[in-house]
Design a protein around this ligand. Sequence first.
Ligand code: SF4
Length: 360
Amino acid sequence: MNEITHRTKTRPIKVGNLTIGGNNEVIIQSMTTTKTHDVDGTVAQIKRLEEAGCQIVRVACPDERAANAIPEIKKRINIPLVVDIHFDYRLALKAIEGGADKIRINPGNIGKREKIEAVVKAAKERGVPIRIGVNAGSLEKRILDKYGYPTADGMVESALYHIKILEDLDFHNIIVSLKASDVNLAIEAYEKAARAFDYPLHLGITESGTLFAGTVKSAAGLGAILSKGIGNTIRISLSADPVEEVKVARELLKAFGLAANAATLISCPTCGRIEIDLISIANEIEEYIAKIKAPIKVAVLGCAVNGPGEAREADIGIAGARGEGLLFRHGEIVRKVPEEKLVEELKKEVDQLAEEYYQK
Ligand code: SF4
């Protein structure tokens, strides 16, 4: 089943104070939607992303104004900053000089050899890694001519072409992404890339769509890739507030046991036996546990008939009943709680469990 376990065998690449690859956790990224030259707006959005659990943030750098804003943005945020550049080597140099922790640029698109060398030299001097971003929609003409249309082999060939340019300059501080909007194509491309090189892989399904459809599509594609032991950092691309991208990424990593310090909610689907307003309680608890940085499983169940037994893996949970509900741990009932106090008591227990975890 998991025939590839690329994740832990990749080179560790330092990005600011974090490391992508090697035996490190899968890092959550997102990208700002503000104009990068609007420093106040961009920093405000990055703070919101940070609070939601974003660990690395990327900003677009389409022009000089954006590049000039990098030092100030960098100064005012706490997470590593990635600067996304297309083609223009001067912007790349400016971004590196301005404090970028990583740049995203395809060396093969920079142009003349001297320009590539200048970028690589600056990146080397500052220990700044380069992410090569292969996109099925913008493969080199030569590769498209060879394969006829975007294929996984073509995408990997493109990645290897850019990698070789950097390796020939003795630069190995590399991360690679192979994004496609077609889920099957993305899965195949990442599988082939994992067999072809040991640089860490940045996962993404590009142009995946709106919050609902994009979440499903990203989860389907990235879930398949993650389950094969591939992927060192992840970005969900949604036509939505980027905070939503971070929430989806966290949830996806939790589903694969890849988010070490996040609480998980287990809630029943509800049925005719339901005794409490479960949906609003589940939403309230989900929001409450989003800030908990401990791997606690919390259950919210609609009734006590099958409830505690169904959620045996939960560290703590409640099962609703008319008038009085149950508080239980690992399937065992701890005590009865009046219905109106059920949520409040559960929150207290969650806080206590988290505190015990933090003190370990
Ligand atoms: Fe139905 Fe109770 Fe199971 Fe929820 S816990 S699905 S209400 S039987």
